[in-house]
Design a protein around this ligand. Structure first.
Ligand code: ADP
Ligand code: MG
Length: 327
């Protein structure tokens, strides 16, 4: 078959990946073929293993994960209704929040109590939605900040110190390579807040890759992205797998989950209630109940995206005005 034809997969109705993207998908599917479809199932080659991870907020138990394993080199989707604890679980695993109980290891290394930037440097990184502070930094500044595995603007300022300078060339080169790969090179000097919804998502992903991670955790990577760009974003996620990375992502759009994941884990009320291959899990009555029984997050509308951008621009203008006043 000629390489430029992309046939439609009869079973899923989705467009099959080109030959270059198939290798790891087929390998992941083969590796997971014999894994039982049950919560907490052991994987043949887990990169992440979590045990008894509990996080309470006052009287509310946001996360209560008994046992979960994430297969290396695969794309795993974490789905569940709004408030299921998905984001909190991401924050716990990556050191941005501390659990009340529990242990977990990444690549065999225990991670409980390890600070977020060290977790990132050990190879496990999560994306963040562009905050107001990050919107006021340029695209290339955001990328440099990504190299530290940290997220705050204060950290960025501190970076102008000596460690920063000693690594600058290498970091800038890496940043420019990634910007080219994500088609953001023309936006290099633009404020992140001026990017479109889809470009922000690309930047969030590119930024996370600055630490050269083995595992990337994406929290709603397609939220607020127009349909024309989702295919391109999905392609980038598949490329991460093709480059040998492990991906764990939260997504509400079931068509996308079906299209790109090798394995699906379902959370509800803090617990893992089901897991398995996409087709099996999405036909599971408990999953349907969990979804249909409660409201789930809607993606940001274009208006909401616009409001965020306007807010970022206003914040920028205020900052410039303050600077002028003080000089
Ligand atoms: N910082 C916090 N303080 C209090 N409650 C929180 C906090 N973060 C999350 N929660 C609560 O924990 C539950 C899980 O939230 P979250 O992890 O954001 O769910 P999801 O990402 O699956 O939508 C929700 O009931 C939410 O209101
Ligand atoms: Mg969430």
């Amino acid at each position: 078959m000629p390489a430029d034809q992309t046939p439609v997969d009869q079973r899923t109705g989705s467009t099959a990946e080109s030959g270059t993207r198939r290798g790891q998908r087929d390998a992941a599917a083969a590796a997971l073929a014999d894994v039982p479809t049950e919560p907490g199932a052991a994987k043949p080659d887990p990169i992440l293993v979590a045990d008894g991870v509990v996080r309470q907020f006052g009287g509310l138990t946001a996360v209560d994960v008994g046992h979960v394993e994430i297969q290396r080199g695969a794309i795993t989707a974490l789905i569940g209704p709004n408030g299921a604890g998905k984001t909190t679980f991401f924050n716990l695993l990556t050191g941005f929040d501390q659990p009340d109980h529990g242990t977990w290891s990444f690549d065999g290394k225990p991670l409980s109590g390890v600070a977020a930037h060290r977790v990132a440097r050990l190879g496990m990184v999560r994306t963040f939605q562009l905050t107001k502070a990050l919107s006021r930094l340029t695209v290339i500044e955001n990328m440099r900040l990504g190299a530290t595995g940290q997220r705050g603007e204060n950290v960025f300022r501190a970076l102008f110190g000596s460690i920063w300078r000693s690594q600058e060339n290498e970091i800038t080169e890496r940043a420019d390579d990634l910007l080219a790969r994500f088609q953001l090179d023309a936006k290099r000097e633009d404020f992140a807040g001026s990017l479109s919804g889809g470009q922000r998502k690309l930047l969030e992903m590119a930024r996370a890759l600055m630490v050269g991670p083995e595992m990337v955790m994406l929290d709603e990577p397609m939220a607020g992205v127009n349909p024309a760009l989702t295919q391109s974003l999905l392609g980038h996620v598949k490329d991460l797998r093709e480059d040998g990375m492990t991906v764990l992502f939260v997504e509400h759009d079931m068509d996308m989950v079906r299209d790109i994941s090798d394995w699906v884990i379902v959370m509800a009320q803090g617990k893992v209630i089901a897991e398995g291959p996409p087709d099996a899990v999405m036909g599971d009555q408990r999953v349907i109940d969990a979804y249909l029984g409660s409201h789930h997050d809607a993606a940001l509308t274009e208006e909401e995206e616009e409001a965020i951008i306007v807010e970022a621009e206003e914040a920028l203008a205020r900052e410039r005005a303050e600077k002028e006043e003080s000089s």
